[in-house]
Design a protein around this ligand. Structure first.
Ligand code: AMP
Length: 285
């Protein structure tokens, strides 16, 4: 596996692969890799000839009161993981390499980036969109793998690709969970033992909410109230939001009356220092 820090070396490697007709799979990450990340890597290795991973902790997607300075990092382990999972090239740039002229003006995003996560973390998706645009400019034509765990992020990235006409196909991969259902996240290391055990309520609550929909409940408020109640009864977590959106358009839905339509239930909750998000898809019967 090649490890490069410069954009030129990264592009030279990718271009060389392209001239021999190889398709590139690309997985942008912030490191502290876990099985959620490796599921994206494995999907790419299976589907593409060449797999590139980037590790860049993007300062633009953290607000000043968030954990940019303390975000988990584990480069040696990440390198091992990438090697084991047959990554061809690991791109590990500095901030100066990505933004040589200093931090740029944030990318404009539409309304999708301003609700739910976007409302709670006002500059988050602008920051994500800015760095993802930069990475897509660097990588060029590719299939980019993103996790459904960050469902709203995938919607924002799809919108970005469309608006900028990036030669990128976004591939959405399922959420990888621990045995008790908690979605894997680099931030799970912030959880104390009790918080870790509490946090499993999120997926249980999402499953119960999905069950209500499958059993014919049409009123979103009834479902979100039920989920909120469960999280409050069964944990010390500080719930931020629960919402239900259209899977394709991300429009928040009050009434679930279109049979056959997939909706996504979204949840965000703070457990101690860890802000966790999760979601589940369900088809209206
Ligand atoms: P991050 O390093 O947190 O920026 O995540 C990099 C990529 O890994 C994003 O596309 C995430 O959605 C994805 N990812 C993170 N956790 C999981 C998970 N538990 N299952 C699947 N994908 C994940």
């Amino acid at each position: 596996m090649e490890i490069v820090t410069s954009i030129t070396d990264f592009q030279n490697f990718l271009n060389q692969k392209r001239t021999s007709g190889e398709k590139i799979g690309f997985i942008p990450t912030m490191g502290a890799l876990h099985d959620g990340h490796t599921s994206l890597i494995d999907a790419s290795v299976k589907q593409q000839k060449t797999t590139a991973v980037s590790i860049f902790v993007n300062p633009l997607q953290f607000s000043p009161d968030e954990d940019f300075e303390t975000y988990p990092n584990n480069l040696e382990e990440d390198v091992d993981i990438c090697r084991k999972h047959a990554v061809d090239i690991l791109f590990f740039p500095t901030q100066e390499e990505i933004f040589p002229e200093g931090l740029p003006e944030p990318e404009e995003i539409g309304g999708i980036g301003k609700i739910f996560e976007g409302k709670s973390r006002p500059f988050h998706f602008q920051g994500v969109a800015t760095v993802v645009s930069r990475l897509f400019e660097i990588v060029g034509e590719t299939c980019a793998y993103f996790g459904e765990k960050d469902f709203q992020q995938v919607v924002v990235v799809n919108d970005l690709v469309k608006r900028h006409r990036f030669p990128v196909k976004v591939i959405q991969c399922p959420t990888i969970r621990d045995d008790d259902g908690l979605a894997l996240s680099s931030r799970n290391v912030y959880l104390s033992k009790d918080q870790r055990s509490d946090a499993s309520v999120l997926y249980r609550a999402l499953l119960e909410g999905a069950n209500l929909i499958s059993n014919g409940e049409k009123d979103s408020e009834n479902i979100t109230k039920f989920i909120s109640g469960l999280v409050k009864d069964e944990s010390e977590g500080d719930l931020d939001y629960v919402g239900i959106v259209d899977f394709e358009t991300f429009t928040p839905l009050d009434c679930l009356n279109t049979s056959g339509k997939q909706v996504q239930i979204l949840i965000a909750c703070q457990f101690g220092n860890a802000r966790l998000i999760d979601n589940i898809g369900v088809v209206i019967p």
